[in-house]
Design a protein around this ligand. Structure first.
Ligand code: CP
Length: 337
């Protein structure tokens, strides 16, 4: 049986996949790795125009009227699925949420037959979350030319819209990324959020990127080049401007040499006492869902340094920007925009 590492090696050895069309416009969004900084900045700038306070009416447009977006999630999700759906609707698109457990995938239909079946009902974009590495790319290589594929989280490899919303949230508080120290703490080995953070902050030029984890939760040595590695949370978050806590991903571990619950919190949890080691104006991110009192104390998650709910708000805006960008790119190419 293929292991996680085999899959990673296989993907590393695959020729790179071009997510841009022949004119350099975004066609698919499967990974932030290698995406030009200009493209990332354009998406973030566009997303910012869609950000509203939560007590205001949400931003809406008719940019995608007549378009249809299909959400195909084979792993659980609250934030990503809800925000992709709201993003599509707020742009005027129709949304199809395929209930995988009630779909013909359960009768053995292949992913490609499912995609081609839905494509025959007129889809403009597929939003895919899947535990298997390579599925998003495989689908992207097999959809019709007018259709885009967006990753909503792929195995431990990539969560590109999460990377974008994390970048937007940090920039809203601290726009000079080159001056910042960002500490990513916790289960980095199994985290697509950490990998997408590495991709986006490498492209945008963060001052210092630290990865902070017990040995069993560190990625392989060839992964995340340029990041500084720390094996103690106290050293890793000292003087940090931004701390990104990660969820322990038991579902991706066959077996890991890490302490359980209370012991993990004692050694690796972000408490108020530990937070005082960082800069006074530090901000704290967490992609959610959180394991409270395991990787983060509730008093920190709900405290004055936390921007966790702002991340969620920004998620809708980022997904609006991405959907609008890929679908209007295809429409421009077909001369119907
Ligand atoms: N951050 C994130 O991907 O959350 P969900 O699993 O709830 O979508």
């Amino acid at each position: 049986m293929a292991t996680r590492q085999d899959s990673t090696e296989r993907l590393i050895n695959m020729p790179s996949f071009n997510q841009l069309d022949a004119h350099g416009r975004l066609r698919h969004l499967i990974s932030l790795e290698g995406l030009p900084a200009d493209t990332i900045h354009q998406l973030l700038d566009r997303a910012q125009t869609y950000v509203r306070r939560i007590d205001e009416r949400p931003a809406q447009s008719h940019a995608l009227t007549g378009c249809t977006v299909a959400n195909i999630f084979t792993e659980p999700s609250t934030r990503t699925r809800a925000s992709f759906e709201l993003a599509a609707r707020r742009l005027g698109a129709e949304v199809l949420n395929l209930e995988i457990q009630l779909s013909s995938r359960m009768k053995g239909e292949t992913i490609l037959d499912t995609i081609h079946t839905l494509q025959a009902m007129s889809m403009d974009a597929f939003v895919i979350r899947d535990a298997q590495p390579g599925v998003c790319r495989f689908v992207a290589e097999n959809v019709a030319p007018h259709v885009s594929v967006l990753s909503a989280g792929e195995a431990h490899l990539s969560h590109p819209t999460q990377g974008l919303l994390d970048a937007l949230t940090i920039i809203q508080h601290k726009p000079q990324l080159g001056d910042l120290t960002l500490a990513v703490v916790g289960d980095i080995r199994h985290s697509r959020v950490a990998r997408s953070a590495h991709h986006v902050f490498t492209a945008l030029g963060i001052g210092e990127l630290r990865i902070v984890a017990p040995d069993a939760l560190m990625p392989e040595s060839h992964e995340m080049p340029g990041a500084k590695r720390f094996d103690s949370i106290e050293n890793g978050i000292r003087d940090a401007d931004v701390i990104m806590m990660l969820r322990i991903q038991k579902e991706r571990m066959e077996q890991a040499d890490i302490p359980d619950g209370d012991q993990y919190f004692a050694q690796w949890g972000l408490t108020e006492q530990r937070l005082s080691l960082a800069q006074q104006d530090v901000i704290v991110l967490h992609p959610g869902p959180m394991n409270r009192e395991i990787e983060i104390a509730s008093s920190v998650a709900d405290g004055k340094h936390s921007v966790i709910r702002q991340q969620v708000t920004n998620g809708v805006a980022v997904r609006m920007a991405v959907l609008e960008s890929v679908i209007t790119t295809r429409q421009l190419a077909r001369g119907i925009a």
